[in-house]
Design a protein around this ligand. Structure first.
Ligand code: CA
Length: 222
């Protein structure tokens, strides 16, 4: 387990990283928001402990940029005061939990364990293919770590492809599974939605993953 501590109070950061390593975690420390964001983006941490009040870039801004870059690493916010506004803002921006300073170290450990357990479950439910990653529960889709902005139907279509990689899906299978209706040859509903999905999933990237099989349908292939 590798954790990142983003905290500018050096003494406190050392105290945290020592405590965590005594409990079997490897902890890296960043002393300001800019370094923290850079480290969080370039490596895969299991969890980030993120102070709100930081020089150069505050914790909110670090979290926002991190989530915008498609990184879903769990984050625990550290706030200096018990401000409801800060807490709500942090959680809305995608923090997983928060702790108000000062807190007991055992409290931090308990939160870390809970979040890591939760994120392992999350890891299991993710659908993956090549560099596509989809969370069917939260309706979030990523390719190469970039969040894809999909409509509900496009999302359902992508999930269908991910559940049947390498399998040719006919237009009638797609119509049944995504629209829950029989395929009507008179409409081009399926074609239109596949095209829209491709424009977001394939067009911006080097490799196309959805391929047309003439006269048959579509297949997700690398
Ligand atoms: Ca601080």
């Amino acid at each position: 387990m590798r954790l990142l501590i983003v905290e500018d109070e050096a003494k406190f950061a050392t105290y945290l990283s020592r405590g965590l390593s005594e409990h079997g975690y490897i902890a890296d420390v960043a002393g300001n928001g800019e370094d923290g964001l850079e480290m969080a983006r370039s490596s895969d941490f299991d969890l980030i402990i993120l102070d709100v009040m930081l020089p150069q870039r505050d914790g909110f801004s670090v979290l926002e940029s991190l989530r915008n870059s498609g990184k879903s690493t769990p984050v625990i916010f550290l706030t200096a005061r018990d401000s409801v506004e800060d807490r709500v803002r942090g959680l809305e921006m995608g923090a997983d939990d928060y702790l108000v300073k000062p807190f007991a170290f055992s409290e931090l450990l308990a939160r870390i364990r809970t979040i890591i357990r939760r994120s392992n479950t999350l890891h299991d439910r993710m659908l993956r293919f090549a560099d596509i990653e989809v969370d069917p529960e939260t309706h979030r889709a990523f390719r190469s770590g970039k969040r894809l902005d999909l409509t509900l139907k496009e999302f359902l279509l992508l999930v269908l492809f991910l559940r049947h990689p390498g399998e040719v899906l006919t237009r009638s299978t797609i119509a049944e599974q995504v629209w829950d209706m029989a395929y009507d040859c008179g409409t081009n509903m399926v074609e239109v939605h596949v095209r829209r999905l491709r424009s977001k999933l394939d067009d911006p990237f080097d490799r196309n993953l959805i391929r047309t099989v003439r006269g048959a349908g579509y297949v997700l292939e690398d």
